[in-house]
Write a new protein. Structure first.
Length: 277
């Protein structure tokens, strides 16, 4: 290898060291915007829709069995916050934010391993911990940014329709859905580092998220196993009705732990993984 080539590699390594965080942020910025604006637009439309359908929704809620209501997070959809919870924040918004976090984490590690673009940076004087933490921080920002854009859409829709949606409670559900997504992102990170395959990590993390949702939503329909719903992180996200009642600190703390543990484990695994340049 010539001196010029060596200098070029070292120059790239120094550039990568200085830009790992900004690169990780930029890599999924378009996904954040697309998901955030798409769900945000739906949230804007839900405000006027609730006003138009309020009477019919009230009649429907009176006729629905309690078990069916669990699928919509147990929310009273005859109220504005309950309607948003049932229509948007029980399935659509959380899965959109989860996908953003999972794709960000999986592609940042497994995706770069698959394309062999991480080796030069990992082989440089940069500490593996710094590289991993930069990518984790970018994933967390992606999740919170997407959730925030979606929440702004809800506040705009509520303002257009003159609905009483609490700003504080909007922040609460944004934090809770972001923590849920970061937990899924942490799982994707661990899988992608172990397997070196970003797409596989995305699929597995999404499958686990679907199973967690199903566990929380369908178990309450059977009285004999209803008490086991708390084992799902989804129960702690939506079961305390953050949009209607504000943040539940115990549930938020549990979701935070479920997010931090795999993310810390991922950083540890990344430090020890053999990565070829």
């Amino acid at each position: 290898m010539t001196t010029t080539t060596i200098d070029g590699v070292r120059g790239y390594q120094r550039f990568a060291l200085a830009n790992t965080f900004t690169k990780a942020l930029a890599d999924r910025a378009l996904l954040v915007l697309i998901a955030g604006l798409a769900m945000g637009a739906f949230n804007v439309m839900m405000g006027p829709m609730f006003v138009a359908l309020e009477e019919a929704i009230t009649e429907m809620m009176e006729a629905l069995p309690e078990g069916i209501m669990a699928i919509a997070g147990g929310a009273d959809m005859a109220t504005a916050d309950g309607f948003y919870t049932g229509e948007m924040y029980s399935i659509m918004v959380p899965f959109a934010v989860i996908y953003v976090a999972v794709a960000s984490a999986a592609k940042a590690f497994g995706g770069e391993m698959e394309h062999q673009t991480i080796g030069l940076v990992a082989a440089s004087p940069i500490r593996r911990t710094r590289l991993a933490v930069d990518k984790v921080a970018a994933m967390v920002i992606h999740a919170f940014a997407a959730a925030t854009i979606m929440a702004l859409g809800m506040l705009i829709g509520a303002a257009i329709a003159d609905l009483d949606i609490s700003t504080a409670n909007t922040i609460a559900i944004t934090v809770m859905v972001s923590l849920l997504a970061c937990a899924a992102g942490g799982l994707a990170m661990v899988i992608s580092i172990i397997t070196g395959r970003g797409t596989l990590a995305i699929l597995v993390a999404l499958l686990v998220s679907v199973l967690a949702y199903a566990w929380s939503s369908f178990l309450p329909m059977a009285e004999s196993v209803a008490d086991l719903a708390w084992l799902s992180p989804w129960h702690h996200y939506i079961g305390t009705d953050p949009l209607g009642s504000g943040i539940d600190l115990a549930s938020a703390a549990l979701l935070l732990i479920l997010a931090v543990v795999p993310l810390v484990a991922g950083v540890y695994l990344f430090r020890r993984r053999d990565i070829a340049a």
